[in-house]
Design a protein around this ligand. Sequence first.
Ligand code: NAP
Length: 267
Amino acid sequence: MNNIRIILAGPRGKMGQEALKMIVETPHFDLVAAVDSKNDGLQVKDLSGAPQSMEAPVYDDMENCLAAVKADVVVDLTRPDIGKKHLELALNHGLRTVIGTTGFSNEDLERLTALAEEKQTGAIIAPNFAIGAILMMKFSQMAAKYLPDIEIIEKHHDQKLDAPSGTALKTAQLITEVRDEKKQGHPDEKEDLKGARGAELEGIRIHSVRLPGLVAHQEVIFGGEGQVLTIRHDSMNRASFMPGVRLAVESVMNIEGLVYGLENIME
Ligand code: NAP
């Protein structure tokens, strides 16, 4: 089998730097180019924090890169608006794509699904690459059938722009597939301070904590008669996401159409 040729967008970012290390450590992956917001014309090894063995050109524009470089997969670890743009460009070039950014609306997903089908290529959008977090979501869906009173507490670093996190929202959405809408807490409860009971999705309460020092953490708490079950996942650093990025790159080589969520490619 030939090595998988990768274009990485966002190589100087915190996720991008981890991805460069992961690519170097994966014998069947080759980095063939990187797309950075600057540094056009440099080599990847010239970027700060990049492995010195990486002899691949840097482009500051995805279109120029796709026109010049032969690749199998584009991996995007940039920003939500840029990830969306890069996915569309890559699909239009018939290139397989793995996207780690969030912020895709249902309309975006419908449009991009149609594009992937038209171009007969594959794409994976993974709002969470941490395999443990995917298992947390699956276990939570399982538990919700038996313990339908649920509160989610997600905690992230204070540079995160969106709240609740995509993972918390996805967890709640997965739970709503197996649990009827339910009003939780006392029927007459009221908030003396607005927001004290958190956000709500079909009765499930979601609380978002933002503090420096945190990375990405979530607890799903289930209450029942005389018992409490807590399912918790912690990402301690961005290396925790790399097995999921590797799995997505390998899997996208064998799929057609758009897959949203790593849980859909995990057995
Ligand atoms: P980061 O450190 O801010 O890195 C983002 C990088 O993207 C920066 O180097 C930035 O360069 C670059 N960039 C911006 N616009 C670009 C463009 N047009 N072309 C190429 N590169 C561009 O953020 P991070 O923590 O690594 O996270 C990166 C993304 O992954 C975020 O969207 C984050 O939400 C997401 N994320 C996903 C997961 C997951 O499991 N799916 C986990 C963690 C993070 P400049 O600094 O020059 O703008």
